[in-house]
Design a protein around this ligand. Structure first.
Ligand code: GLU
Length: 455
């Protein structure tokens, strides 16, 4: 299983953008699902977006340019070929990647996605975001991302298991509980992580739950991991709404994507008094201006693509949802949905990024000019990797935390990160994204400077 390390730079990328079909999980996390939305407009790869964001943040921070230059590139990208025996006995080959961006603050960390648009560059860009996400949260992990270019809907459960076990075999020398710890992402689920953990453990000859996070609790997963990205989106939305002087009970919210991120965020905000007026999946959106009963709408995990089957006063397209006149818009489906093509038509007063990379650089500029705050993904959906860290702590210590403890610690970590980013936002009078990058880049760059050039 050789994995090869490459450093070439192709580009393509489609990032999580378009898609099609499923959305994933939490956009972030992985969990599975979601729906997804098409974006046939501006395309910008995750790597291009991530590099632009880094460049912009670097101008705000006093950091050695050599360190910034290094951080524009991954430490390594492993590309592997994954042969899979289909149920009919034929064999198909798929390409898999693991892009390891930076590990100066701790083991590489980030999801694995199964999606036809997975490319080397997408993994590198998403891996960079993981570095910043872990650093914003002050979690002792670096950043990575990987995946297989495959449409998970085209695989039976048995084929998915064989693909996952073989992929785990190919990545064996690359991952490990102290080196690189995968997790779910688009198109992968807790079950995928259980297979990965089992394959790795069989090769090692010992059960090694700490090699992946986002596992089912019965095999070392953490309580609350599944709902964590959505919970962090809801928490950050609540803080941001309050910051801008609004009452959550008088706030309307539209959420694109009803996978683990979107559905959990919607339900919590609903419980906390907000009015969630629109939610969507890949097929379109439902709208009720007096507020949807979000618990009655089935999430992608409960019943894939069920949103449009829910009885609601009106239906909309995903594009129309993004342009609704609401207080808060939460894109929680796929990347690149807010582009220069529609940024002028967005009517929300606040955007909270549930997915990874939903806003292109061009759209970000439009929102800055229009004074529409965008709370960035690397803060808003960081609950997923934060509870992944809790899971890893539980695994290596062979201890189990209660759901109450997970929620308590997650809420505390999110609030602390929110306030740290808010301080930079206020002190420097910069966008929320730049403020989050300042916090993250300062921590990563200081770690590089303190350890020396080698790491
Ligand atoms: N895939 C998730 C993300 O994008 C979580 C990764 C993890 O938990 O390691 O944040």
């Amino acid at each position: 299983m050789a994995s090869t390390t490459t450093t070439d730079d192709e580009t393509d990328g489609v990032d999580e953008s378009t898609g099609g079909d499923e959305i994933a999980s939490d956009g972030v996390d992985g969990s599975t699902e979601a729906d997804d939305v098409d974006d046939e407009t501006e395309t910008e790869s995750a790597l291009e977006t991530a590099r632009r964001q880094l460049q912009q943040a670097a101008a705000l921070v006093d950091v050695d340019q050599h360190i910034v230059d290094r951080l524009k590139y991954p430490k390594a990208v492993h590309e592997v070929t994954v042969p899979v025996e289909r149920d009919d006995g034929s064999v198909d080959l798929f390409t898999g990647y693991r892009a390891q961006h930076d590990s100066v603050r701790g083991p590489f960390k980030g999801g694995l996605r199964y999606h036809p648009d997975v490319t080397r560059d997408e993994c590198v860009g998403l891996g960079m975001w993981m570095t910043w996400k872990c650093a914003v949260m002050d979690i002792p992990f670096g950043g990575a991302k990987g995946g297989v270019a495959v449409d998970p809907k085209s695989l039976s459960d048995d084929e998915t298991e064989r693909l996952t076990r073989r992929f785990a075999g190919e990545l064996r020398d690359v991952i490990g509980p102290n080196t690189d710890i995968p997790a779910p992402d688009m198109g992968t689920t807790p079950q995928t992580m259980a297979w990965l953990m089992d394959a790795y453990s069989m090769q090692e000859g010992e059960t090694t739950p700490g090699v992946v996070t986002g596992k089912p609790p019965v095999v070392g997963g953490s309580e609350g991991r599944d709902g964590a990205p959505g919970r962090s989106v809801a928490l950050v939305t609540r803080e941001a709404v309050e910051y801008y002087g609004k009452d959550l009970a008088e706030t309307t919210v539209a959420i694109q994507g009803f996978g683990s991120v979107g559905a959990n965020a919607a339900r919590l905000l609903d419980e906390w008094g907000a009015s969630v007026v629109a939610v969507s999946d890949v097929n379109g959106a439902i709208y009720d201006q007096s507020g949807l009963d979000t618990h009655a709408v089935q999430s992608h995990g409960e019943q894939p693509e069920a949103v449009m089957g829910h009885d609601a006063p009106a239906t909309l397209s995903n594009e129309e949802l993004l342009e609704l006149d609401v207080d808060v818009l939460v894109p929680a489906a796929v990347g690149n949905v807010l582009t220069v093509e529609n940024a002028d038509d967005v009517a929300a007063d606040l955007i909270v990024e549930g997915a990874n990379g939903p806003t292109t650089s061009g759209a970000g500029e439009v929102f800055a000019e229009r004074d529409i705050p965008v709370i960035p993904d690397i803060l808003a959906n960081a609950g997923g990797v934060t509870v992944s860290y809790f899971e890893w702590l539980q695994d290596i210590n062979r201890r189990k935390w209660s759901l109450e403890r997970v929620h308590e610690e997650l809420d505390a970590e999110m609030l602390s990160a929110w306030h740290r980013v808010r301080e930079e936002h206020e002190a420097r009078d910069v966008t929320w994204r730049d403020a989050a990058y300042v916090v993250a880049l300062s921590r990563v760059a200081e770690a590089h400077a303190t350890r020396g050039l080698w790491p």
